[in-house]
Write a protein that binds this ligand. Structure first.
Ligand code: ADP
Length: 902
């Protein structure tokens, strides 16, 4: 801009400079007639980013660079800039340029940023676009987030940096506000960026406690309050002040911030969400193959967002889980109701975002009609739900509000298929407003009279080809072709000469024109006024629309879970506060859907916090270990979401969190030491998990050399077993770990059954008790098609190693391991010797699994409190004991089989 300093600017460029000065952080879209123009640096950036041609309004090499986009196509360009992380300030003409005296008044009406975009075309249909704000206070953080397209607003208090980072990774906000002093600390921002890749924006307004509280009270009412610490409140006011400043709108659809409390939800960190492929799956990290992909049958965008939120935050309160379960169960059992619900939901549009557009004043006739059609579904839907018995379905029904006064009004006021724009007329239905009807009549008549006038003039002049036409510049005219000009009467006034015709007007024609054009202009104005009135009436019921949208979202998510459960033959798990996780014929929800179908081998699981608390699952690569342990975690997660589960029967003793870690070789982070990542995440699990948690570890220790890896794996098992006591599945190809069963009372060995047929092996994918002592690596290599010579050489080498081993080095490895473990603990700053574990007699390794089962059943029977059980529960318990006793036989069979396979 230096070039122009000191020179006199045109008044318009002066105006531009002033506006730009107030919005330095944004690219200014400056409205000039039918274009948005950008100047100076903005023009250079935009021309590069959008591939626009740089021009100039003036000539000469120092003329300011500029570029522009037509106003009707601006949305796409804005979206592209915002997607690249830019902010765009929209400057409009605030008065009609034709009527303006002197310079047209212009104002910035909105600043669009990555976190505040509302354009339907770029927003994820069933997802959210969040703006977040973080306010640190010592080691703690307030985190607020909102989606301006739907109006939701939440806040959370994070007790550590890790918790904050994890929450940011979960929400993945498009933009995150930070106080500028904090954003200045580059190391913090760098750390955050390893978790979250969005845009950071410095912002300080609303940080002061008094100012912030006042701002929130002004917006949400003087009664409004939040039971949260100061930094959470500050995050809310920081976010709100940014929204008000950029949106230049009171945001009537924004809900008061609701507090998200961790105690209501299961701990589910980012690594776990990724490992379990909740939302993205496979190497390409696409939706296909993910849990959401299997479960999402939602018919509406609200339902899609609700379901995603449920999967992100499974519940831990029994009552809340059972409430959802009952509703899902009713929809599973009542096929007719489910069908009806589906039929109605399919007609519902994105009410949340429609409400947002009403709030922003960007809803047109089409949006209001979409809103009406969506709300018109509510009455028959409520009727269908009348018979529902599940409390949650009753709640939903109660919340649904058809708002008939609004749907009737829209139906009466608007034509069935309104035009896209709202300022060109054609919106208002005949019969709604007398003046609209009168004007329309005047226009129609005027046009008829003009048509009549054409006939009269043809007769009067005898010119057969005479015709009346219209254009924007001259209005109505009479056109006479050149050969007929001699017949033109004296009262014709010449207006325009064309190559082979002349155009005239007459006083009578002008009179009629006045009537038609005046009426047209007035009509367009009046229709727009009436439309705005209508829109403000819709605005007045916004909270009711939002409540209905929310209820529809819940209903849709329940419907989705029910229809998946019914179609894929899921069962309703028994969820209780016990410590047992028992699954019969469990399946992996995604794998059973992506495979050829029918090939999936189901598996049973029994975990408790006692002697079956830590399963070591061994077996060759590709046998199905990872699939199995993830399947258990997914079933537990689904049960606590309130969903049915892929199993023939399941009992889930509530878990407070699921923690997973997959050994480093599976995922290749570029640039970071994979082993370092692996160990950091294991450390995180060890610090967070409790006795109530479920831990899933897959090949931990694989990222380093064999002896290191083995010792770390073993130390991790011991630590979890002795110190945490969490229910744990530990899959490993280190078959050396099976001996832990002898030392640790809560450890049980399992393996994936494999059948050897000559030189080949067959993976049975069945989990059986007992460990394996073979890794079958060479068999797998053969399966993979390596040359036979190479395989033979490997077998020779292996034989050599085993013979070595027999000469005594095996014992050395054993001693080395114990030493490694001590070193590891020392390095962690832990006590040198593991705490002695007190083992009750019955925790001693049982002589055989058979007696173990018997002892267990007896103990359960002994402790069974008959008096707080229903007859049905008691029957179930007896049934379970019988089942267990029956399983004794299977154990014996398995033992025989094992001997046979071994
Ligand atoms: P591992 O962890 O033991 O190396 P995976 O769990 O990755 O093995 O399983 C390897 C492959 O075996 C999977 O991709 C899947 O195709 C198949 N598989 C695993 N479990 C089952 C099962 N229960 N039923 C059918 N196929 C399975």
């Amino acid at each position: 801009m230096k070039r122009n300093e000191g020179q006199s600017l045109t008044p318009m460029m002066q105006q531009y400079r002033e506006l730009k000065e107030q919005h330095k952080e944004a690219i200014l879209f400056f409205r000039l007639g039918d274009f948005y123009e950008m100047f100076f640096e903005d023009a250079i950036v935009a021309s590069q980013e959008l591939g626009l041609v740089l021009t100039s309004r003036e000539s000469g090499e120092n003329a300011p660079p500029m570029c522009g986009v037509p106003y009707h196509a601006a949305d796409g360009y804005i979206a592209r800039l915002v997607a690249k992380g830019y902010k765009v300030a929209i400057c409009e003409q605030m008065e009609d340029p034709r009527l303006a005296k002197g310079l047209v008044r212009r104002e910035v009406v909105r600043i669009i940023t990555p976190g505040t975009i509302t354009d339907d075309k770029v927003l994820p249909e069933k997802g959210n676009n969040f703006l977040a704000a973080v306010v640190p206070q010592g080691e703690c953080y307030g985190l607020a987030w909102a989606d301006v397209s739907t109006g939701e607003f939440h806040v959370k208090y994070c007790a550590s940096f890790l918790e904050l980072a994890d929450e940011l990774a979960r929400l993945n906000p498009a933009e995150c506000l930070l106080p500028s002093y904090w954003l200045g600390k580059t190391d913090i921002v760098k750390r955050l960026q390893t978790w979250y890749s969005g845009v950071f924006t410095p912002w300080d307004e609303g940080l002061e406690p008094d100012v912030g509280l006042q701002l929130l009270r002004e917006r949400f009412g003087s009664q409004w309050q939040l039971e949260a610490k100061g930094e959470a409140l500050a995050a809310c006011s920081l976010l709100l002040s940014y929204l008000l400043a950029t949106q230049k709108n009171t945001l009537p659809h924004l809900k008061p911030p609701s507090l998200v409390e961790d105690i209501a939800y299961m701990a589910l960190d980012q690594a776990t969400r990724r490992n379990l492929e909740l939302f993205l799956a496979g190497r390409e990290a696409g939706r296909r193959g993910s849990l959401l992909w299997v479960l999402d049958r939602t018919a509406t965008a609200m339902g899609g967002r609700t379901l995603k939120r449920w999967l992100e935050r499974p519940l831990v309160k029994l009552e809340a889980i059972r409430e959802r379960q009952e509703a899902v169960k009713e929809l599973v059992d009542n096929f007719i109701l489910r069908q009806k619900v589906e039929g109605f939901l399919k007609k519902v549009k994105d009410l949340e975002r429609l409400a947002g557009r009403v709030a922003y004043g960007t809803a047109g006739g089409r949006e209001l009609q979409a809103l009406r059609h969506s709300l018109e579904v509510v009455t028959p839907l409520k009727e269908a739900l009348k018979e529902a018995k599940a409390p949650l379905l009753k709640d939903v029904t109660k919340e649904l509000d058809a708002i008939p006064e609004i749907t009737d009004l829209i139906a009466r006021a608007l034509v069935e298929e309104p035009p896209a724009g709202v300022k060109e007329g054609g919106l208002i239905r005949p019969g709604y407003h007398p003046e609209v009807d009168r004007l329309r009549e005047a226009i129609t008549h005027g046009r008829e009279w003009i048509a009549e006038l054409e006939n009269e003039e043809r007769e009067r002049t005898g010119i057969k080809s005479l015709k009346v036409g219209f254009n924007r510049v001259f209005g109505y005219y009479i056109e006479v072709t050149r050969p007929n000009l001699s017949l033109v009467p004296a009262d014709y006034e010449r207006k325009q000469t064309l190559a082979n015709a002349e155009r005239f007007i007459t006083p009578r024609l002008k009179e009629l024109e006045q009537q038609v054009l005046g009426a047209e202009e007035r009509l367009v104005e009046l229709e727009y006024e009436l439309f705005q009135e209508l829109r403000s009436q819709v605005l007045a019921v916004l909270p009711r629309i939002q409540a209905t949208a929310k209820a529809l979202g819940v209903l849709d998510a329940l419907y989705s879970l029910a229809s998946v459960a019914a179609e894929y033959n899921y069962t309703c798990p028994v969820v209780d506060e016990g410590e047992v996780i028992e699954i019969r014929q469990g399946r992996h929800p995604m794998l059973e859907r992506v495979g050829e179908g029918g090939n999936f081998v189901p598996n049973d699981t029994f975990l408790d916090c006692g002697r079956q608390r830590l399963h070591i699952i061994t077996g060759p690569n590709m046998a199905g270990k990872s699939t199995y342990i993830r399947q258990v975690a997914l079933i537990v997660l689904l049960a606590q979401v309130g969903s049915f589960v892929p199993a023939s029967w399941a009992r889930i003793g509530l878990v407070d969190g699921i923690f997973t870690r997959v050994g480093a070789a599976d995922d290749l982070f570029a640039g970071q030491s994979t082993f370092m990542v692996e160990m950091r995440e294991v450390a995180y699990i060890l610090s967070r998990a409790t006795r109530r948690s479920l831990i899933i570890l897959d090949e931990v220790g694989r990222g380093t050399s064999t002896t290191d890896g083995l010792s770390i794996a073993r130390a991790v098992v011991e630590y979890i077993h002795d110190r945490i006591g969490a229910r744990t599945l530990f899959a490993t190809h280190y078959h050396e770990l099976v001996e832990l069963e002898q030392y640790l009372p809560g450890v049980k060995n399992y393996s994936v059954a494999v059948r050897e047929q000559g030189k080949d092996i067959l993976f049975l994918h069945t989990i059986i008790p007992g460990g394996t002592d073979k890794s079958y690596g060479i068999h797998v290599a053969r399966l993979a098609g390596l040359p036979e010579d190479l395989i033979r050489r490997a077998e020779e080498l292996l034989k050599g190693i085993y013979q070595e081993g027999e000469k005594g080095s095996g014992k050395k490895v054993q001693e080395g391991l114990q030493e490694d473990y001590r070193i590891l603990l020392r390095a962690q700053g832990e006590v040198l010797e593991p705490e002695p574990v007190t083992r009750s007699p019955e925790e001693q390794p049982p002589k055989s699994r058979r007696t173990a089962i018997e002892a267990e059943v007896l103990k359960e029977l002994e402790n069974y409190n008959l008096f707080n059980k229903t007859p049905l529960e008691a029957m179930q318990a007896i049934f379970n004991w019988q089942k267990k006793l029956a399983a004794r036989k299977k154990v014996v069979r398995d033992e025989q089989q094992l001997r046979w396979w071994g």
